[in-house]
Write a new protein. Structure first.
Length: 266
């Protein structure tokens, strides 16, 4: 086994997590699952495959990933979501990796799926993320959404062979729900950062994002799924700034924000 701990955060991921864990077991003897009150049997599935499962209150994506890092046995961490599956090439590369330099952070390529269809173009077609790192030097930033790794001075980023296969959304309705959810989280993040919902952000940014995804990055070559992705990303960009604009007009509590915002479906 590789001296790497796999850390997974979960909330009702029974439909996906088994495939993730099966491949992770080929990497390491230490898989940490940080669960947030799943009701669909996710912790039981994880435990059945030998994972160490911890129930933790929800503090945000980055914060809960850091909770998993703290429970890991090894200093090297491979961070996965439950719907992400390492492939055989990546697993082989991990087994051959020299892990004697803690300042190196590894960038891993992704292959993303819309339902069962592999998306080859657009924003999803060239996806990659920093996911393998040493916890002695690197942690997750604890923002509400789109968490990133906090890298120390002198950190060196390297690529590694293989892919993580990301089963991003099951269908268009699933995608729309996630788009609205992430738009809400982004609005809260932007509000705390003092950002404003300008006219350009509300209308030009979504349009430019659509053109970049669908035309410049050739999303149209993915057919109906490519168009669906471009449209929902357009709507997500518009919604997060619309939510931000309404957020500033509401009593500034999270409960008021979630209870009073009314936006039509994507």
């Amino acid at each position: 086994m590789v001296p790497v701990s796999v850390v997974i955060i979960t909330k009702n991921e029974a439909a996906f997590i088994e495939d993730c864990i099966k491949m992770a077991r080929l990497i390491t003897d230490d898989i940490v699952v940080i669960d947030n009150d799943s009701t669909d049997g996710t912790p039981l599935i994880a435990s059945r495959y030998g994972c160490r499962v911890f129930q933790k209150s929800w503090s945000g994506y980055g914060a809960n990933k850091n909770k998993g890092i703290a429970e890991a046995r090894y200093n090297w961490i491979l961070s996965l979501d439950a719907d992400e599956v390492p492939d055989a090439e990546l697993i082989e590369a991990l087994h051959n990796l020299n892990l004697d330099k803690p300042n190196i952070v590894y960038d891993i390529k992704f292959r993303s799926y819309f339902g069962k269809k592999l998306i080859r173009f657009g924003n999803w077609g060239n996806d990659h993320h920093l996911r393998l790192f040493n916890r002695l030097l690197v942690k997750w930033g604890e923002t509400e959404v789109h968490e990133t790794l906090l890298l120390p001075p002198g950190a060196e980023i390297k690529n590694i062979a293989g892919y993580i296969h990301h089963h991003s959304v099951t269908d268009i309705d699933d995608f729309k729900r996630k788009a609205v959810h992430y738009a809400q989280l982004s609005a809260a993040k932007y509000y705390k950062a003092g950002k404003k919902a300008t006219f350009i952000k509300l209308y030009f940014s979504p349009a430019f994002g659509f053109l970049r995804n669908y035309i410049i990055r050739l999303g149209f070559l993915d057919g109906a799924e490519g168009l669906a992705i471009a449209r929902v990303i357009y709507k997500n960009t518009h919604l997060k700034y619309l939510y931000l604009k309404q957020y500033k007009e509401l009593p500034q509590t999270q409960d008021a924000y979630h209870s009073e915002l009314t936006i039509e479906h994507v």
